[in-house]
Design a protein around this ligand. Structure first.
Ligand code: ADP
Ligand code: MG
Length: 236
């Protein structure tokens, strides 16, 4: 049987499957998110320090570099993430450092290159997730980043597909909602953009039931707009 490639998303999924990969690369996951109107950091793939610098000049400083490897799921833990690089020299040195770190921590890891991306200014961090439940099918999760999710388990869930109203309810029902509404000198977060991200995530996992898990962690939410800083997608 011949495969008919209908979109960039299925093209990425078919290619990953062909190579026997269950986890998509961050670049692939972010491309898929962008196709569904989920805002992500600008990014470009580099295969050498020189190329990383060329990309950095196009994207604009400060820059973040990350390892691209199908064998590295938690990039930070193996020294595979370098933040806030401000000059061509820092970018070029960080490229080498990242490759060295990964070779040291995981000698057998296949290294595809390094992902060059814009450094998203820090802001309120949220997490959007999707998990395919054997009983309920695709489910959507929402919470605030860091301790809110990890320690306080302050999250909301819905079964996909979700409507705009359901997405709004998900945002309002977490304990930490007042944080999103703004406090002291923190401006309010862009709830409308967050709502769209939730609805679009729901659309994505409904369109592609082969997505077992999706993790947008963290998403920086600004007064206007938002940026997904890390995206992970796991296939069935
Ligand atoms: P990991 O694979 O370890 O989860 P991440 O891509 O999440 O790696 O990077 C680790 C942390 O670095 C993030 O949680 C975030 O705090 C920060 N970070 C990563 N990418 C960016 C970026 N483009 N802009 C700003 N901060 C970033
Ligand atoms: Mg992460």
């Amino acid at each position: 049987m011949e495969y008919v490639v209908v979109s960039k998303v299925s093209e990425i999924i078919v290619e990953a499957r062909r190579k026997g990969r269950k986890f998509l690369l961050e670049s692939e996951a972010k491309t898929i998110c962008a196709e569904y109107g989920i805002p992500v950091t600008k990014f470009m793939v580099a295969k050498s320090p020189e190329e990383a610098v060329e990309h950095a000049e196009k994207i604009g400083y400060p820059i973040v570099l990350k390892i691209i490897s199908p064998d590295v799921i938690h990039k930070f833990d193996v020294g595979g993430v370098m933040l806030n690089l401000k000059t061509p020299r820092e970018v070029s040195e960080a490229y080498q450092k990242i490759v060295d770190n990964v070779k040291k921590h995981k000698p057998k890891a296949e290294i595809i290159g390094v992902l060059v991306q814009e450094m998203a200014p820090s802001a309120t961090e949220v997490i959007v997730g999707a998990v395919k439940d054997p009983q309920f099918g695709q489910t959507i999760m929402f919470g605030l980043g860091g301790i809110f999710v990890e320690i306080l388990k302050d999250v909301s869930f819905r079964i996909a597909p979700i409507t705009i109203e359901e997405a709004e309810d998900m945002i309002k029902e977490i304990q930490a909602y007042p944080v999103l509404k703004g406090y002291r000198n923190m401006p309010p977060a862009d709830i409308e953009t967050l709502t769209k991200i939730l609805v679009n995530t729901s659309k994505l996992v409904m369109d592609y039931p082969e997505i077992q898990e999706l993790d947008l962690n963290p998403i920086m939410v600004y007064e206007k707009g938002a940026k997904t800083v890390d995206a992970r997608i796991m296939l069935e």
